[in-house]
Design a protein around this ligand. Sequence first.
Ligand code: 5FU
Length: 285
Amino acid sequence: MHPLTIYLFHLIHSKKSNLCVSADITTVPSMLSLADACGPHMVVFKTHADILSGWDPTPVTGTGAKLAALARKHRFLIFEDRKFADIGSTAQLQYEGGDYRILEWAHIVNAHVISGPDMIRGLKEMGQGWVKKHDDLKGMNARGEGKVGEPPEERGLLLLSQMSSAGNLLDEAYTKKTVSIARTHRDFVMGFIALEPMNSEPEDDFVVMTPGCSLPPDQSLDDSEFVPGAEDPLGQQYVTPRDLILRGCDVIIVGRGICNSKISGAKAEQYKKVAWEAYEERLRQ
Ligand code: 5FU
């Protein structure tokens, strides 16, 4: 199993949470506050670095370092939803370079395989190179933890094998092809962004993280400006956390249902509880 997957499942069970909070907000201070407020309730924090204004690229003290410190404080994995899709060489530059230097702070990134499998090889070279460069941080225990129980310095990739948006072009043949490409890079590909489990061969141990997840408004709690329904006005399609977990997804990804709320920590806790109850129900079946 991929080392980050081992750590992820350790977190899922110790925090009783299958929740990934997606930071679909546009300033660095609000993104960091969201990570801090939701940290106790989530196992993964998903970012879109390129929608944030005020990104501080300074090594060691900048935005990436601040986010990494929160991940250590609350124990969660950072997933930059970069959706790489270019040729391998360009994807490597996008992963390592620019102001964001994603490689330094994101445990997980994702990619479309539209440009072919060599792009995965390119990203894998960078991810594995990063781990080698950080020998001191590499040692993991059996739970997949790094030093003092913190997230390990491993790097992993999720492939988009399905999407939640209406009319997307990822048909069944594309999904199957994506999974078969993933099988050739098990040492770097942790799993998929998908709407259902993708494991079908005995040796498959891919994780599935699923966006397009919402709860109906809760009168006692809900103060969101954006209350997700069955669809948003731009084709996002929503399913409840319970549905997703019962169909076998490992982690639910929730964006505006949490991050548009003034009480994002309480909303995260609400999503966590509903998903965890469904997970326990699934384990009993
Ligand atoms: F790959 C995908 C996908 O198929 N659907 C998505 O919604 C990614 N996403 C991301 O999950 C999207 O870019 C948002 O960051 C997030 C969902 O946000 P929402 O506010 O919960 O709809």
